[in-house]
Design a protein around this ligand. Structure first.
Ligand SMILES: Cc1cc2nc3c(=O)[nH]c(=O)nc-3n(C[C@H](O)[C@H](O)[C@H](O)COP(=O)(O)OP(=O)(O)OC[C@H]3O[C@@H](n4cnc5c(N)ncnc54)[C@H](O)[C@@H]3O)c2cc1C
Length: 313
């Protein structure tokens, strides 16, 4: 179906929110409760939806599965009239003080835009989707030591990665367990002398790759390495991620070399009226951080719009 025609000026909305993860949904709740008009678009790939059960998100003793947290936030947003539309945003273009936002279904005009599109983790090569998802649900595969390192306390942990990034992740996990192995994803490790010294000092084993032939055996994830098959209670890929900032960058927003959007302490990007919150911005990559940034962004958006036209009931 071709995208619908651009809405007329009278239909210009206050804010288009791109992404319905913890950041976008928090902003939707705030903006709806400020009596502003919003549209929230999502293409269905929140990292939060991958969380089997988060235990570090405050306010939920016993933890809460990521999908359930998102469902609660969707319900809360809907209670105030903000519904999520299943669509992929394909472009944001500045026009005067406003923006034209194009999705695969419609085109609309918005006074402000909030980008909350998150990141996508790079997965280990050769780990097929069904096995990946099964291992993730069972805690055999994990992506976030800050989130769930506690759950691997005194367990046997593998980290797939190398160079400074792999070393830092392995060292972080060493705070939870004395049994950490850093496995090179491809062939040999790419570690300088300082990295090797730090790993040796912490008692972290180094194993060359390539990694492959993953399989689950009981409560273990098995991976083939250059030195044979190894079994782990949990494996953490430390392979980086793709930052989903391309829409904002194409609209002129400044980003770091790795693609994280630059924002000021009110979540404003370098493009006036274009805001960003959550993992797409350089930060902690945590639910609480995404929510906090979105609250700041939504309040700044409200105040910016009130400066342009007083908001009155
Ligand atoms: C396995 C795993 C476990 C984790 N565990 C924890 C934990 O225990 N505690 C914790 O605090 N954090 C945890 N995290 C991190 C947490 O999930 C993220 O920090 C959080 O989801 C970031 O929220 P966000 O809204 O910025 O991005 P996301 O939740 O990733 O949401 C971004 C949304 O943008 C949408 N989107 C992207 N591009 C477009 C587009 N062009 N058009 C429309 N929609 C688009 C996507 O569909 C997605 O829904 C975990 C992450 C993973 C992967």
């Amino acid at each position: 179906m071709p995208p619908a025609l651009l809405s007329s000026d009278s239909e210009t909305i206050d804010c288009a929110i791109i992404g319905a993860g913890p950041a976008g949904l928090t902003a939707a709740i705030y903006l709806a409760r400020f009596h502003l008009t919003t549209r929230l678009f999502d293409c269905g790939s929140s990292r939060a939806a991958m969380i089997p059960r988060t235990h570090n998100h405050a306010g939920f003793p016993g933890g809460i599965p990521g999908p359930e947290l998102l469902a609660r936030m969707h319900r809360q947003a809907r209670d105030y009239g903000a519904t999520c539309e299943a669509a992929t945003v394909t472009a944001i273009e500045r026009t005067g003080d406003d923006f034209v936002v194009r999705t695969d279904r419609t085109t609309l005009r918005a006074r402000t835009v909030l980008l909350a599109t998150g990141v996508v983790n790079h997965r280990p090569a050769g780990l097929e989707d069904a096995l990946h998802d099964d291992a993730l649900q069972r805690g055999l595969l994990r992506y976030c030591p800050i989130c769930d390192g506690y759950e691997v306390t005194d367990r046997r942990v593998g980290v797939i990665g190398t160079s400074g990034h792999g070393m830092r992740e392995a060292l972080f996990l060493r705070g939870y367990t004395g049994d950490v192995t850093l496995i090179a994803p491809d062939t040999e490790h790419d570690l300088d002398d300082a990295c090797i010294a730090a790993l040796d000092d912490a008692g972290i084993r180094r194993v060359d790759g390539p990694c492959g032939d993953y399989r689950i055996n009981g409560n273990h994830l098995i991976v083939r390495t250059a030195t044979g098959e190894l079994a782990f209670d949990s494996i953490y890929p430390a392979l980086g991620s793709r930052i989903r900032s391309e829409l904002a960058v194409a609209a002129g927003a400044r980003a770091s070399e790795d693609g994280c959007l630059e924002v000021d302490d009110h979540q404003r990007t370098s493009v006036p009226g274009l805001f960003a919150a959550g993992d797409v911005v350089k930060g902690l990559d945590q639910i609480s951080h995404a929510m906090g940034e979105a609250g700041v962004a939504a309040t700044t958006i409200r105040n910016l719009l009130a400066e342009r036209h007083p908001i009155r009931r």
